[in-house]
Design a protein around this ligand. Structure first.
Ligand SMILES: [Zn+2]
Ligand SMILES: [Zn+2]
Length: 342
């Protein structure tokens, strides 16, 4: 065994690898235990050329697009995504974004590097979707930049973390329709005056953690083109793919399961029970995060709830409903069913 090999074995002994999703000890450095791996939808098969979501049908030489990318024109050449945003993937994206779990970036970037192979070309520049500096100050890191940094290394491509900037505070896009999101984000991202010139005359591979409507990526792609990029491709860790047909590990096709209702709770809290009771009455399936049992997810809750520290905190899709009173108020106003049905 080489010296490095011995050192790695020793290191593995002192710091054994753990599954990034559940913390179980694992043999390899792949990142996930077998149980979590089975609950993670890696995207493959015939894929939409613009976002990487699986599309039913045979592989052809023509351009393939999913319904979303057919309706919304994408200002980029090709796009891929490593995972469908559901189950374990959703948990990982949230933990990386809000839970200070920077350790997720490395294995996640490996999955992205695999998915991004068709997008690579000699000298393509890897550029992350930027964050406004005030948000960066609060979160301490830009998850897109972390992913881009590791992915670029694996693909042996140049990386420029600040080729793009976000000069204004964007504000939340929660609860906005797709059209409103696009309007709000138009022109929100610009090339950096100096570093932006690195994009001129070459292919740019834009990196983000998650693609929902694609409005942020569109704004970023337009900024790359404005800076003279020849071609723009996009790669994300996860794609929100409502109703997408996902082939499972045995090749069976099933519908992408979107956990649309999430509730952060504590077992001793009466308000939490009351909120869950209402959701159950409505026949809504929800995923529950017990912040007492899993205190690591409390910071994630506080961030998502814009500083709200009390339980419960309820989310329907990307929309922050609030606490128990807010949920009941929404119901009394007759708006809850519409929200749940969206
Ligand atoms: Zn696991
Ligand atoms: Zn698509």
């Amino acid at each position: 065994m080489t010296k490095i090999g011995k050192f790695q074995t020793a290191l593995h002994w002192v710091f054994p690898s753990r599954c990034v999703a559940c913390g179980t000890l694992v043999e390899s450095d792949f990142g996930l235990c077998s149980a979590c791996w089975a609950q993670t939808s890696f995207l493959g098969g015939t894929l939409c050329d613009y976002c990487g979501v699986p599309v039913l049908g045979e592989e052809t030489n023509d351009t393939v697009s999913c319904d979303d990318c057919h309706t919304i024109q994408r200002p980029w050449l090709m796009g891929r995504s490593a995972l469908a945003y559901e189950g374990v993937a959703r948990k990982l994206v949230l933990a990386l974004k809000h839970g200070d779990r920077q350790d997720i970036a490395k294995p996640a970037a490996r999955w992205m590097a695999n998915a991004a192979v068709p997008l690579t070309s000699n000298g393509a520049l890897v550029v992350p979707v930027p964050m406004h500096w005030s948000r960066l100050l609060k979160r301490r890191y830009n998850q897109a930049s972390l992913l881009g940094h590791h992915m670029a290394r694996l693909l042996d491509l140049p990386f420029c973390p600040d080729a793009l900037i976000r000069p204004r505070v964007a504000g939340s896009t929660e609860g906005l329709t797709t059209v409103e999101r696009f309007q709000k984000l138009e022109g929100a991202i610009e090339p950096h005056k100096k570093r932006g010139t690195r994009m001129a005359g070459r292919r740019v591979i834009l990196v983000d953690d998650v693609m929902t409507s694609g409005a942020t990526l569109s704004s970023a792609a337009q900024a790359c083109v404005a800076a003279g990029a020849n071609e723009v491709c996009v790669i994300t860790l996860a794609r929100v793919a409502k109703d997408a047909q996902i082939p499972d590990k045995c090749g069976n096709i099933r519908k992408c399961v979107m956990t649309t209702v999430e509730i952060y709770t504590s077992p001793l809290c009466g308000f939490c029970h009351a909120a869950k009771r209402l959701l159950t009455q409505k026949g809504v399936e929800f995923s529950e995060v017990d912040v007492l049992a899993d205190p690591n997810r409390k910071p994630e809750m506080i961030q998502r709830a814009n500083g709200g520290r009390t339980v419960p905190q309820i989310f329907v899709g990307d929309i922050h409903v609030g606490g128990c009173d807010d949920l009941y108020a929404l119901d009394r106003a007759g708006k809850l069913d519409a929200l749940l049905g969206a």
